[in-house]
Structure formats: structure tokens, C-alpha cells
Design a protein around this ligand. Structure first.
Ligand code: ATP
Length: 254
């Protein structure tokens, strides 16, 4: 479902003599099969957002090849938009001044979703994410947790095969976080949606992801199961400690 083959992405920053090249992602290769739920971890500045922007076609790679749902994201961005859902926890894709339900209606038009399918999907998501109480509220008046549920709904209205999430639980309280995790778990289990999740919250990873990939300085430093990751250190070590050790340059092998 997702194929990343020796992908690199660099940026040129600064001017004249201060000009330099930042290698945000380097020689990155991985494959995600249909139905997998994969956690994508890395310290600040490691290259996670750059990867996600390339997977969704916002950025083109400077080298290598990417295929998502059979399409080259940067060349087929419009076609890909019908097959992929994307949620950036730090910003909204909803219309700030419109009631939530109007944002959803606009998305239906943009994605040309059949009216009956849309109604069915929206009813399902309204129930699962408990949206009924604020469907008529303008997005700018929603709490962060409500807005996030709205954003997740917006990303799923066209029933995409792949969902890419960039920190979807950031800023959520413990109850909202648990509800969001349960929703994502069910989405993956019941609909078989392939999910790639970026987060700094290791609770998300522990509860949702069997497989974890770690990126550091633009390079993949670990790709395996959560159990493999845990097995790299003594049993009593928490997952936070395991990951912190890797972030600060420790080896992934015992
Ligand atoms: N548009 C850009 N122009 C220049 N440099 C960039 C650009 N986007 C990202 N970078 C650089 O690329 C590197 C990787 O950034 P990226 O945003 O992908 O990291 P990240 O893993 O998502 O970090 P965080 O966890 O802090 O969000 C950083 O050094 C960043 O400064």
C-alpha cells in the first residue's frame, strides 16, 4: 500500500555564503502492507513531517521513488486524495467560520462522494466519534478535542484505504485520547484501513501499533515490532526509556 524506495529530500536554507543544504530525509526505504497499523517515531527534526508531506504529495522527493495506493503522490496528488486521508494534529483542514456539518458537505462536493454513501459514512462517524452535540457549531468555537474529532471525520468521509496521522492525540485529555485511540483501533480492525501514525505519545504506539519505525537525522534506525523494540533492552525498562535511548544515539540491538 505504501512503498518508499531510497527516498531523499533536501532543502537549501540561508543565503549567499550562509547557504547550506539540510538533508531532511536520506536513503529512506520501507513498505507498509494493506491493513497494517504502523507507528512512525523520531525526535524533533528527525524527518517525520517531511516524510508525511512526501507520502501525501505536498512535497516531491529529491531522489528515490514513492508509491501510495499505486500512485506517485507528488505527480498524482488529486487522484491520490481520493484514496488517502490525512490529519495534521497541529492544524485543521476544516473551514474556521462554518458549522462542522457545512465543512463536511463541502468536503463531499470536493471529493465528489456519492450522497447516499456520504450520509451513511457520516452517520457512522457521528455515532463513533460522538459528534451530534456540536455538528452545528462553527469550527472556531470547538474545543481542541471536538475539532480533532471533526478533522478525523473529514479525513474519512470518502472512505480512504490509507490514513496518515501526524500527532492526532496532541493536546487531548486522557479521556479524549483513550476514545480517539479506540476509534482508530476499530477503524483499522473493522474497515482494514491502513494507518501510518506519527506521534510523540508512546501510549499511542503501545496501544495501537504492532510495528514501529524509527527515524533519526533523516534515516531509518529501526523497523520492527514493538516487542522487538522492547527486546533491545532489559525487561523492566519502560518503552519511554527504550525510545529515549535510541533517540540519544543508543543502539537498537542489545
Ligand atoms: N521547508 C523546509 N525548509 C528548510 N528546512 C526544512 C523544511 N522542512 C523541514 N526542514 C528541516 O528538515 C529537518 C526535518 O524536519 P521535519 O519537520 O521533517 O522533522 P519532524 O521529525 O517532523 O520534527 P518534529 O517532531 O519536531 O515535528 C529539520 O532539520 C527541519 O529544519
Amino acid at each position: 500500500m505504501i512503498e518508499v524506495d531510497r527516498v531523499g529530500r533536501s532543502f537549501t536554507v540561508g543565503r549567499r555564503r550562509a547557504r547550506k543544504t539540510v538533508h531532511a530525509v536520506q536513503d529512506l526505504s520501507f513498505t507498509v502492507e494493506a491493513g497494517e497499523f504502523v507507528g512512525y517515531l523520531g525526535p524533533n527534526g528527525a524527518g517525520k513531517s517531511t516524510t508525511i508531506k512526501m507520502l501525501t504529495g505536498i512535497l516531491a522527493p529529491t531522489s528515490g521513488r514513492i508509491q501510495v495506493a499505486g500512485l506517485d503522490p507528488s505527480r498524482r496528488r488529486t487522484a491520490l486524495a481520493r484514496k488517502i486521508g490525512v490529519v495534521f494534529g497541529q492544524r485543521t483542514t476544516l473551514w474556521w467560520d462554518l458549522p462542522l456539518k457545512d465543512s463536511f458537505e463541502l468536503i463531499r462536493h470536493l471529493y465528489k462522494v456519492d450522497r447516499v454513501l456520504f450520509r451513511r459514512r457520516l452517520d457512522e462517524l457521528t455515532g463513533l466519534l460522538d459528534l451530534a452535540g456540536f455538528m452545528n457549531t462553527p469550527v472556531r468555537q470547538l474545543s481542541l478535542g471536538q475539532r480533532m474529532r471533526g478533522d478525523i471525520t473529514a479525513a474519512l468521509l470518502h472512505s480512504p484505504a490509507v490514513l496518515v496521522l501526524d500527532e492526532p492525540t496532541i493536546g487531548l485529555d486522557v479521556v479524549s485520547k483513550a476514545a480517539m485511540r479506540e476509534f482508530l483501533r476499530r477503524l483499522n480492525a473493522d474497515h482494514g484501513t491502513t494507518v501510518l501514525l506519527t506521534t510523540h505519545d508512546l501510549g499511542d504506539i503501545e496501544r495501537l501499533c504492532r510495528r514501529v519505525m524509527l527515524i533519526d537525522h533523516g534515516r531509518l534506525t529501526f523497523d520492527g515490532t514493538l516487542d522487538d523494540l522492547r527486546a533491545t533492552v532489559p525487561e523492566e525498562t519502560s518503552i519511554e526509556d527504550v525510545v529515549a535511548r535510541l533517540y540519544t544515539g543508543g543502539s537498537a540491538s542489545p
